[in-house]
Design a protein around this ligand. Structure first.
Ligand code: 4AD
Ligand code: MG
Length: 445
């Protein structure tokens, strides 16, 4: 009797009769042999069909079966160090082949395709081994996030997606019709998190968030997943200490578990291995000085133009990349100007022109992966800051209330899952980090 097997476990089945259910990924044919690469979702196995081992019509079927046909293969597992596959090193000598469906001509072939074509076929592209590897790393990142928080006393408390007001700013809101009144897709769960924090101490929310940003960069999505921890009695220093442990755990968990996937992605992991606490930190003001110095010294006129910055302005991608290149680990940039950041951030006591915040910039040009801060403690100051957004204080009454009933110093941050996937996998563009990316020019499929 043949045993059902997942290809990822093939090494445990040497010499045994097994059954694999999956899809035909690729095949080659030579004389009396057909080499089928069969994938089952867990891996890819070379399945060798020998003319004399199967009924003649099954050999014909194997020779002509189109790519991505669904099938059930039975045979015995043989060790062969040359056998390709994931994990590879073993192959299946086929004794029987059952076709579930012969596929129509598959649009994605091993030849090169343009990105727009692949994005139009995202529902199929996900089957390709690079995309397969990325989704597996993504799943591990999400799990590592949950595991670390759950194991460190953080309670998962969900926050709404349909919201009455802006959570971050008024310029990137998606509005929907809520029974004749406008509602907005959540830009963040943070404001609700702050209420939940007062109930549970340390909380997090984790879900999709939405930004109607008319930006078309390789780092921006309209819909992305963000995990947001929020902690009572945390200062900026506490926040930084926690974030570096958290990010280190995520990176090291992926490295420990996904050598195979990172190899498929041809990711050089040297810089990732280096991700251990403590991470360096510099202030926004120091960063601006360093950028201005760099711009003054460079002989490249384009770089000089890109690095231009005045104190008060937010960083763009070239600035973030240049700052990150000054360090060999992710770097915390702290104390941004009030006007460059969100309304809820606590001003610095010694220098109220800056807020007690920090962005974490990833190495190798992957940009900001987390953004966080201390939150405003005082109800009057918060009310005043709400007004600067041009929204009525009334809409934020509940949020300001939190400062009236046992206000505490507190802090939190958001980590963008897709930015972290792009960084760890070494992907040039964020579109491959999420199964179905929502971008300025794309919402299909
Ligand atoms: O810096 P952001 O906008 O911070 C917040 O939303 C805070 N309310 C979080 C908090 O303190 N609870 O976003 C946080 C992170 C960024 O560092 C980035 O990793 C990611 O979310 N992010 C995006 N990822 C993909 N596409 C976009 N358009 C993103 N905008 C932010
Ligand atoms: Mg930010």
């Amino acid at each position: 009797m043949a045993t059902p097997m997942l290809i990822q476990d093939i090494a445990r089945y040497e010499g045994q009769q097994v059954t694999v259910k999956g899809w035909l990924y690729n095949k080659t044919h030579k004389g009396k042999l057909v080499f089928m690469q069969v994938r089952d979702g867990s891996g890819i196995a070379q399945c060798v069909v020998f003319l004399n081992d199967v009924p003649p019509e099954q050999f014909e079927t194997a020779k002509t079966l189109p790519q991505e046909s669904s099938l059930i293969v039975t045979g015995s597992v043989r060790k062969d160090s040359r056998a390709p596959g994931l994990p590879g090193g073993y192959e299946i000598s086929v004794s029987s082949l059952e076709v579930i469906q012969a596929a129509e001509e598959y649009p994605i072939t091993p030849k090169e395709h343009g990105v727009e074509f692949l994005m139009d076929n995202r529902h199929l592209w996900l089957r390709s081994s690079r995309q397969w590897a990325i989704m597996r790393v993504r799943a591990t990142i999400i799990r590592a996030i949950r595991d670390w928080l759950d194991d460190h006393g953080y309670l998962l408390v969900d926050t709404p997606i349909l919201t009455p007001t802006a959570g971050e700013n008024t310029t990137s809101l998606f509005s929907v019709d809520y029974f004749g009144e406008p509602a907005y897709l959540a830009q963040t769960g943070q404001l609700y998190n702050e209420a939940n924090m007062a109930a549970h101490g340390k909380v997090y929310c984790f879900g999709p968030t939405f930004r109607a940003e008319k930006s078309k960069t390789r780092r921006h999505l309209m819909e992305f997943w963000m995990v947001e921890p929020e902690m009572a009695f945390f200062s900026l220093d506490d926040l930084i200490a926690m974030e570096q442990e958290f990010v280190t755990y995520i990176v090291q968990t992926v490295l420990a578990k996904h050598g195979q996937e990172l190899a498929i992605l041809e990711r050089d992991t040297t810089r990732l291995q280096n991700v251990t606490p403590p991470f360096p930190r510099i202030t926004y003001t120091e960063a601006v000085e360093r950028l201005q110095k760099l711009a003054a010294e460079t002989t490249d006129p384009e770089l000089r133009e890109n690095l231009k910055i005045e104190w008060g302005e937010d960083f763009g991608a070239p600035h973030e990349t240049a700052i990150a290149e000054m360090f060999d680990k992710p770097v915390f940039v702290t104390h941004y100007p009030v006007e460059a950041k969100a309304f809820y951030m606590e001003p610095n006591r010694d220098n109220p022109r800056v807020v007690n915040c920090t962005d974490l910039l990833a190495p190798e040009g992957y940009g900001e992966i987390t953004g966080g801060s201390e939150r405003i403690f005082d109800p009057d100051l918060l009310a005043q800051r709400v007004k600067t957004m041009g929204i009525s204080e009334e809409a934020y009454r509940w949020y300001i209330d939190l400062r009236r009933y046992g206000s505490v110093p507190h802090a939190g941050f958001g980590l963008g899952v897709e930015r972290v996937v792009a960084w760890i996998c070494g992907l040039p563009h964020i579109r491959e980090t999420i199964p179905y990316p929502r971008m300025l020019n794309r919402k299909y499929p």
